[in-house]
Design a protein around this ligand. Structure first.
Ligand SMILES: C[S@@+](CC[C@H](N)C(=O)[O-])C[C@H]1O[C@@H](n2cnc3c(N)ncnc32)[C@H](O)[C@@H]1O
Length: 197
């Protein structure tokens, strides 16, 4: 298979960007699969900041880390990713978002356009030059299309001298398959860019 599936491609982008010792963010910890993946990449000198608004997701993520003896590499925060700038003060190499709801959990608890865009805006400031944000966009659920459209509208207008924006999507799959938006920071953004976007 030559074309990587969406989740494989997301992991490839993270693997290519992250080095041992880096600070990274899992913006939607859920069951902790991505937090664990990131913890494996950053090594003992790196750190993962993981966010989720659901206590059950925080517990599941902590459990997964403990099960793999990697809990010392991650700080799992029971709070929304829109507060990322309060908790992360170091330059970040990479961040991952899995938008939508947590399978097997309450389908009414979903990521929302405003908070997702706030978190992306703050992460763009925190990112190192060359750092990436990977968004896996699920849009088949109620509210998903609104979030998808708002995120696309926002990232499409990021000035290209500061941020490169990629969309990776299979065009002939059925049933609203997920796709990726990836952002690569090219240049330090002006601090007032939030108000100008
Ligand atoms: C698609 S799931 C994430 C799956 C996860 N990456 C995994 O490996 O299992 C989306 C998660 O985002 C969480 N979420 C919703 N709003 C959030 C917010 N404002 N900040 C952080 N997490 C949020 C939900 O609770 C849910 O667990």
């Amino acid at each position: 298979m030559k074309l990587q599936r969406v989740l494989q491609y997301a992991q490839q982008l993270l693997t290519d960007a992250i080095e041992v010792g880096d600070t990274v963010v899992d913006a939607t910890a859920g069951n902790g699969h991505d937090t664990l993946f990131l913890a494996q990449l950053v090594g003992d000198d790196g750190q993962v900041f993981a966010f989720d608004v659901q206590k059950s997701a925080v517990d599941a993520t902590l459990y997964r880390l403990l099960d793999n003896a990697l809990e010392h590499r991650a700080l799992v925060l029971h709070t929304g990713h829109e507060h990322v700038a309060k908790h992360v003060q170091k330059p970040v190499t990479a961040a991952i978002f899995n938008l939508g709801y947590l399978p097997g959990s309450d389908h009414d608890i979903i990521t929302k356009p405003n908070t997702t865009i706030l978190a992306i805006t703050d992460l763009l400031q925190l990112l190192k030059i060359g750092g990436i944000i990977v968004l896996v966009i699920y849009h088949g659920h109620p509210g998903g299309k609104e979030e998808r459209d708002a995120v696309i509208e926002y990232v499409s207008h990021l000035p290209q001298k500061y941020v490169h924006v990629l969309k990776y999507e299979f065009l002939n799959q059925q049933n609203d398959p997920p796709f990726i938006i990836a952002l690569e920071k090219m240049k330090e953004l002006p601090t007032d860019i939030k108000t100008r976007l």
